[in-house]
Design a protein around this ligand. Structure first.
Ligand SMILES: [Zn+2]
Length: 282
C-alpha cells in the first residue's frame, strides 16, 4: 500500500491470549464466542500487528508488540507466542535492520504495545530495540504509566519505557501532533489516558491505526468495549466519532489485535456499524 510518499507494510510481532471477558467487556460470552473461540482457560487469541512506513528518508514503526522480556510465568498466563513471528524477524524479511528505524510511534505503554521497545542483551542489560530511533509518546500518558492506578498497573512494565527516557530516546508530545503532511498523531482518552491513534492520509487513501480503540473486528459493535478501558463511556464517544468519520470518508481501519482481519472498511445502517469490506495491506 502507498499513501503519499510512504510505502506501508503490515508486520506481525507475535500472538498472545487474553481472557475473553476482558477483551469484550459487557458483551455476553454467548455472543462473543460465536466469532472468537475461547480456550479451556476462557482466553481468546489476539495478534500484535505492527505498521511499518518508509518514505525513503524515514523508516517508522507503530508500536512494538510484547517483546521478549516477560517472565516465564507471565508468558504462560498470556500465552505469548513469538516463535513463528517476531518484530526483528519480520523486519529482516523486508531487509530492514533495527538500527535503520528512525521513528517509533508508541500508541500507549501497555506491555502488548511497548514491550518490544526494549530487550535484554546477553548480559541481562536493558537495551533499546531500535538504537537510532526517536520514540514518540504522549507526555501525560507517560506520567500515567509510571504511576498507574491499582486497576491498571498490571498492564505497565517500567523497563519497557523508562530506560528509553534515560537514554534520551523518548520524545514527549503534548496532544495532537502533525508529524508531516501525511501523518497525524491523534489523542484518545477512553482506553487509557492520552493514548495516540495514527492517521495516515494523502486525501485519497486514509489508513487509521486506532490502537486499542477498535483493536479487533468485534469491537466495531458500539457496546463491545474492553473491560481494561479506564474510561469506557469516553471510548463509546470516541468510537462513534471515529467510526462515523470512517464511514463518511471511506477510511481503512487497521486492527492491531485481530488475529484474522488486518484491515476493514465500515458502513452504518439501522443504528449500528458493520464491516463493509475486509482488506489486507500488500
Ligand atoms: Zn492497551
Amino acid at each position: 500500500m502507498i499513501i503519499g510518499n510512504y510505502k506501508i507494510a503490515s508486520l506481525i510481532s507475535g500472538y498472545f491470549k487474553l481472557d475473553g471477558g476482558i477483551v469484550f467487556g459487557i458483551i455476553p460470552k454467548a455472543l462473543w464466542s460465536r466469532t472468537n473461540t475461547a480456550d479451556s482457560d476462557n482466553r481468546v487469541q489476539l495478534c500484535n500487528r505492527i505498521l511499518f512506513l518508509d518514505n525513503g528518508k524515514r523508516k517508522i514503526i507503530i508500536d512494538t508488540g510484547t517483546g521478549d522480556k516477560l517472565s516465564k510465568k507471565l508468558k504462560e498466563i498470556y500465552a505469548i507466542n513469538n516463535s513463528e513471528y517476531n518484530l526483528f524477524g519480520e523486519l529482516a524479511k523486508i531487509n530492514v535492520k533495527p538500527e535503520e528505524i528512525t521513528d517509533v510511534f508508541l500508541t500507549h505503554l501497555h506491555f502488548d504495545h511497548a514491550g518490544g521497545a526494549t530487550y535484554y542483551n546477553s548480559n541481562k542489560e536493558i537495551c533499546a530495540s531500535f538504537p537510532e530511533a526517536v520514540y514518540y509518546i504522549q507526555e501525560r500518558h507517560y506520567k500515567w504509566a509510571i504511576e498507574p492506578t491499582e486497576r491498571d498497573k498490571a498492564s505497565f512494565f517500567i523497563n519497557d519505557f523508562e530506560p528509553l527516557k534515560k537514554r534520551g530516546q523518548l520524545k514527549f508530545i503534548d496532544g495532537n501532533y502533525k508529524f508531516d503532511e501525511f501523518i497525524e498523531l491523534i489523542v484518545l482518552n477512553g482506553h487509557t489516558r492520552d493514548m495516540t491513534a495514527v492517521k495516515i492520509s494523502d486525501g485519497n487513501i486514509t489508513l487509521f491505526h486506532s490502537a486499542d480503540l477498535i483493536p479487533m473486528e468485534a469491537h466495531i459493535s458500539l457496546p463491545a468495549i474492553s473491560a481494561i478501558d479506564a474510561f469506557p463511556l469516553m471510548t463509546l464517544y470516541e468510537k462513534k466519532l471515529f467510526l462515523s468519520n470512517a464511514v463518511l470518508e471511506n477510511w481503512i481501519l487497521f486492527l492491531c489485535h485481530d488475529p484474522e482481519t488486518e484491515c476493514l472498511k465500515v458502513n452504518f445502517d439501522r443504528e449500528r456499524f458493520f464491516t463493509k469490506e475486509k482488506l489486507y495491506i500488500r
